[in-house]
Design a protein around this ligand. Structure first.
Ligand code: PYC
Length: 420
């Protein structure tokens, strides 16, 4: 038996210098930072990591704090269904998520933590001629930008996913699909913890249970974040608080075109490997994949009202199962294990808001609706670039808040997996 294991068993555990706690941020917050990031979800932590890694030397970004009103990765990072894909409808969306896929593929090595990144193919089912047309459209945009994606007919679908019920006798027979081979899943909490640990090792402070109550503004600059654990002055402030974006932005006088709705999901008991594809039907409002643990991870439409609440409902489960069983009648005896909800910040064009704001040193990462997880690495990396250099990276330009004033929307509703 390794000596380290014996020491651990004898109770030295994490107190021992051999087992330092993963995160040892100081008990007290500092009075001043170069950058304060509000929100210790995947996005905020990724931004901190890339700031520390890429801009400490070149731009002097050294004192970085990430604060969170609750615990690290406990918001939408822990509440999504971990799908990673780049098969978007617009060129802007496709290019952005293509970079995210690339970063995800290298993330385990980059952060020295197993992200359980598992490319397995993503199918968006088409039940109508109109949906087939959208599938072809998306495939053409995707291919044009070098993203592997194709519209396939029913016969090809039967070969790729023989588990699917392709009978004509269902209420919504399946005509074909958009097939995106690099579509993947990963372990969401590993993503948050991987970024947190790596950022922390470079000196980033992560203060949990530290709520931003207010943001002080003077002369069109955000001066400080007033928290439950003191006032943190900062040269630059970033908000990355999916689910609460409008509420926080209102503290600096920004009105966001966002409505916030709950998005529920659930997992089944674990079963032997059965489904090796991610299957989505925007018309039936369902998506399903099987995790490495064997659980079926499933979700559907957003709740039909605005609400800041993450309760689960029986109604959602009944609706979802009605459609899941139409696609996979074999699952009729499977039990559900857990159900939960996250909060989706929806913009009018179903694309996120990233980058600079009208306040000189206040940066925003918001409006992720139902696709924040899959953007974690690219958003973190490009937001860090934007914050450090004060220039908007090309990939972020289309997603500026100002687009709602200029009417330059990036319409992605047609590429949503989730019914809205
Ligand atoms: O956009 O792929 C997606 C998605 C699946 C579940 C929520 N969003």
């Amino acid at each position: 038996m390794p000596i380290s294991l014996i020491k651990y068993a004898l109770g030295f555990g994490e107190r021992s210098p051999h087992f330092p706690r993963a995160l040892q941020s100081p008990l007290a917050t500092k009075k001043h930072y170069d950058v304060v990031i509000i929100g210790a979800g995947g996005h905020g932590l990724a931004c901190a990591y890339y700031l520390a890694k890429n801009y400490a030397k070149s731009h002097g970004v050294k004192k970085i704090a990430v604060i969170d009103k609750a615990y690290l990765g406990g918001g939408n990072t822990a509440r999504n269904t971990t799908i990673i894909r780049a098969n978007y409808l617009t060129e802007e969306g496709t290019a952005f998520y293509k970079e995210s896929q690339k970063l995800f593929a290298q993330l385990s090595a980059e952060l020295n933590m197993n992200m359980m990144y598992s490319p397995r193919g993503h199918l968006t089912l088409a039940h109508t001629d109109a949906a087939m047309r959208t599938a072809r459209w998306r495939a053409e945009v995707n291919k044009h930008l070098g993203v592997d994606s194709a519209a396939i007919e029913q016969s090809e679908l039967a070969r790729i996913c023989p588990q699917l019920n392709l009978s004509e006798e269902t209420r919504y027979p399946i005509l074909g699909a958009l097939y995106h081979p690099p579509g993947a899943i990963a372990r969401h909490d590993a993503v948050a913890w991987g970024y947190a640990r790596a950022a922390h090792r470079m000196g980033v402070e992560i203060h949990q249970n530290t709520e931003a109550k207010n943001i002080l503004v003077k002369n069109n600059r955000a001066q400080a974040v007033v928290t439950t654990r003191g006032t943190l002055r900062a040269n630059k402030i970033v908000q990355a608080v999916a689910g609460y974006s409008s509420l926080l932005a209102s503290k600096v006088g920004l009105r966001l075109p966002i409505r916030t709705v709950p998005l529920q999901a659930c997992v089944s008991q674990p079963l032997q490997p059965f489904l090796d594809k991610i299957v989505v039907s925007g018309s039936l409002h369902v998506y399903i994949s099987q995790s490495a643990r064997g659980e079926f991870v499933m979700g559907g439409a957003t709740d039909p009202y605005e609400l800041y609440n993450t309760r689960s409902s029986l109604e959602f489960k009944e609706q979802l199962m009605m459609h899941i069983l139409e696609l996979f009648p074999q699952l009729s005896e499977v039990n559900l294990l857990r159900q939960w909800a996250g909060l989706a910040d929806l913009t009018p064009d179903f694309s996120p808001v990233m980058g600079k704001t009208e306040l000189k040193n206040f940066y925003i990462d918001a409006g992720w609706g139902t696709w924040g997880f899959k953007a974690t690495p690219v958003c973190g990396k490009r937001m860090a670039e934007c914050v450090a250099t004060d220039r908007t990276p090309k990939l972020l330009e289309p997603f500026a808040l100002q687009r709602f004033e200029n009417f330059k929307l990036v319409g992605e509703k047609g590429a949503a997996s989730v019914g809205h």
